[in-house]
Design a binder for this molecule. Sequence first.
Ligand SMILES: *Cc1c(COP(=O)(O)O)cnc(C)c1O
Length: 397
Amino acid sequence: MPGPGMCWIGKEEMDEVMDVMSSGYLFRYGNLEDPAFKRKVYTLEKEYARYIGVKHAVATSSGTSALMVGLLAMGLEPGDEVIVQGYTFVASYSSVVFAGGVPVLAEIDESLTLDPNDIEARITPKTKFIMPVHMLGNPCDMDAIDQIARKHDLKVIEDSCQAVGASYKGRKLGAIGTMGAFSLNIFKTITAGDGGLIVTDDEALYERAFALHDQGHSPNRASVEIGRRNIMGLNFRMNELTGAVALAQLRKMDRITSTLREKKRKFKDAIGDIAGMKWRKVYDPDGECGTLLTVIFDDTDRAQRVAAELGTKTVSGSGWHVYSNMEHVMNHLKEVGQPHGYGTLPRTDDILVRAINLSVGVVDAGLGSAFGIHINSADDEIEAAAEKFREVALKEA
Ligand SMILES: *Cc1c(COP(=O)(O)O)cnc(C)c1O
């Protein structure tokens, strides 16, 4: 039971897919005037851009490709440094590396997102981008990050892959930076199995992103336009079947987030205050996805014992989300002469070893959220999970 969108796959997704299947045409481009062409990816891009509140969206094969396309569209050149937090999914780093850049690790704060106070210390003459990652459906401190970016003339690309549908002070995440990337993988808020989107308000960046994701073509081509392609691209296109599922999921988005927020509130209230434990900081409680409830204990041993007894792990033990757990990324940073390995980010290490992610909508052992509730949990299940957590947390005090 990975993400909430997957739990709600139903007739709407089937109808959209059958619409494509019965047309017999699965490629994203076709004649927009022809009713036999179902234009699901085209429609997804329009509806997604409207939902996020930006002018343009490009649908991609994954969140990883969306990030890479975004970085290249924004002009990343070989050796450019990208400041990104030490607690994120591996794709935040690999997309930078494959785009030719160098990820530079920075600390998180108690929101488990990029600590704005640690950014300036990481800036060098090579720094070109900041990649705040809205981890666990929770917005970064975007006002502070935006201020630093302006002061140092850096561009911001928001990794919103885990925060589809979340917002910060009334603006959807992904719409605040110069570009924003999203994922439709099964562990995310809404899903099409795999898939992604990259969004922007900037016309020129949109055209560049479009070209990069499709062999240099301009948006919504009818055929191959020889002599009109200025930049080289690759193929990170979405097909109509994926677009069909994504479209049905997008239309459920607000219902998913409102349901998650309500279940999270019940879960949190039922757990209540526990001495020696706090909730993670949330920069906009009205805007988070509500996919996870994260607690931070004062005491490391207690956090370890509580996690073990609940059959889960502290965040430090979760897989490819903690910088020092990613051996391939650490090897790469070593090769390019960047700080790497456990201990590089002492504040991050200290927070993650005391933190436990409780699932609300994303049940993922790889994220450390093997214990908790899910989007379809009834009130009695929520109360039982809260009671169990309370009992263990108090016993291990
Ligand atoms: C999932 C995820 C990605 C990558 O998305 P994919 O669609 O799996 O390629 C990037 N960044 C973060 C923070 C993620 O959680």
